[in-house]
Design a protein. Sequence first.
Length: 347
Amino acid sequence: MSLWLIRAGANGEYEPRFFSENRIYFNWSGLSADLGKLPNLEAFYNVFGETYPDYKKGRIQNNARQGMQFAKSMQPGDWVALPSKSNPTIHFGKILGHCEYDPKADDRFQHSRRVEWFAQDIPRDRFDQDILYSLGAFLTVCRIQRNNAEERVKEMAANGWKVPSHSKATLSGGAEITDADETSVAVDIEQTAMDQISRLILAKFKGHGLANLVKAILEAQGYTVHQPPAGPDHGVDLLASPGSLGFGNPRICVQVKSTDSPVERVVLDQLIGTMQNFHADQGLLISWGGFKQSVEKERASQFFRVRLWTRNDLIENLLAHYDTLDEGIRSELPLKRIWTIASQQED
C-alpha cells in the first residue's frame, strides 16, 4: 500500500465534490488529453508543454510528473490523504479504480479516480510532526513515504487514529516525489508553524484552559470579559462587550469547544438559544476541531449573528494580538515573529 497526498484545489474549494462523488480529481485546467493513455514521462512533458506554453521548463516538468503520478503511479488499494482547508483535519480514502477520462466533464474534472472515503476529519494534532511536515508539501499530488510514513499511518488507522505507543517519530524530511530530480520540495511553512503552535497550546491550555486563552485574546482586542465559574455553562463560556466596564455593543456570548473533532449543528443551535437568554447581540463559537458540514452550511445565514472560529482562526487572532496579551499568557506561549519568502503551489 502506498500513501499519496492529494489536494482539492488551492483553497480546498473542490472538497465537497470530492466527497459527494467519492472521487479524486486532477484539477488542472485545460488538460484535454487522456492522461491514462500516455505511454511515458516524455509524453506527459509534451502534453503539459503544449497545454501551458507560457510556463517555464521546470514548472512544466514538475506538473507533468504530478500528472503521471495521478494517472499511472497510483494503484487501486493505495491510500490518499487529503488535508482539509476548512478544518484542522485530514481525510483518508482508498483508491478503487484506475484513472478515468471524461472529455464531456467540466474543466478541471475530466481526470478522476474512484475512491472510498473511509476516514474523514481526523484531527491533525494526532499525527507526529514529521508526517504533518510531509503533508505540507506545496504539491497537488505526491507520494508520502519518508520516515516509514505509510506504515505508521496504517498503524494509526488500526489503533483508532492514535499514534501507537511503540511509534517513534523523527523529523528528517518531507514528501518524496517518485521519479523526480528535485533535491527538495517546497513545504507550507506557515501550516507547519500552525501545527507546532497548536501542540504548545494543547500542552498549556487543555480542556477548560482553552477558554482562559480566548479570554486573554478578547481582552487584548479591547473587550471586557466575564468568565462564569467552571461547571455546567448552559451554552456559554465567556461573556464579552467593548469598553472598560463592558457596557458597550456588541454584547457577545462565547462558547469554546476544546475537543479535537468537528462539532455538529446542535452546538450552534444551542449557542443561538443562549444568546437570547443572555440578551446578547452576537455569538462566537470556537471549535478547536473545526465544524461539520451541517454547521458550515449555516455560516452565510448566520453571518450577522455568529462568528465561527476553528483552531487556525484562534491562532491567527492570538498572533495578531500577541504583543498586547497578558504577560502571563506570553510566558506560557513564547513565540517569535519571523519573515520568510512565500512559496506558492503551482498548477
